[in-house]
Design a protein around this ligand. Structure first.
Ligand code: ADP
Length: 192
């Protein structure tokens, strides 16, 4: 089974993806994690994306599509969880083409719904906790960048909700509950 976790920054996509990795042996493909790895490695691409990410802007479609393309080859285990990808309609079309090339299908798109102010509080709060514990803080987890990421989400990514709804692939879940409640809601949606 191959699925997309769709939702605004701070919705809990990464947390739920990890739970699906454990419960269903799926493979998490987070473009955000891949880009942060590229940045940490000091590669040319990492240098190009660093400022873009810190501002909360989207990286170009070509870069993220290239990252995903590389990961779709090889062992597919329990299937892929696309986390933070696609984020634009062009990325959605590219994903459809890449899956088709691999003889794979997209089985569900799970949209996680969370209030805006809760998102901002979660991310800014998480950054403050990390800082207090002496842990590294993401360069884009300050309030300005978070609000900008949210705006980018509404402008460029939220249109995918209508797109997948029209294709009959969308399942929306309430992302405001506890981790386990959200996990159960996603399991319900996937088992339908
Ligand atoms: N699919 C994508 N397309 C364009 N940019 C992306 C994509 N995925 C990640 N990014 C970049 O990485 C940043 C962090 O993404 P991510 O880790 O998914 O965090 P969040 O969902 O909390 O905003 C984004 O703000 C953007 O700059």
């Amino acid at each position: 089974m191959n699925i997309i976790l769709l939702g605004p920054p701070g919705a809990g996509k990464g947390t739920q993806a990890q739970m699906l990795v454990e419960s269903r042996d799926m493979i998490q493909l987070s473009t955000g994690d891949m880009l942060r790895e590229a940045k940490a490695s000091g590669s040319e691409m990492g240098k190009v994306v660093a400022d873009v990410m810190a501002r909360g802007d989207l990286v170009t479609d070509d870069i993220v599509i290239g990252l995903i393309r590389e990961k779709l080859q090889g062992d597919k285990r329990g299937g892929f969880i696309f986390d933070g990808f696609p984020r634009t309609l062009a990325q959605a079309d590219a994903l459809a083409a890449l899956l088709e090339e691999q003889g794979e299908t997209l089985d569900a798109v799970v949209e996680m719904q969370v209030d805006d102010e809760t998102l901002v509080k979660r991310i800014v709060g998480r950054a403050a906790e990390a800082a207090a514990a002496g842990q590294p803080v993401r360069a884009d987890d300050n309030e300005d960048s978070v609000r900008h990421r949210l705006m980018e989400y509404y402008k460029k990514t939220a249109p995918l909700i209508g797109y997948y709804h029209a294709k009959g692939q969308l399942a929306s879940v309430d992302g405001m509950g506890s981790m386990d409640e959200v996990k159960a809601a996603i399991a319900d949606a996937l088992d339908k």
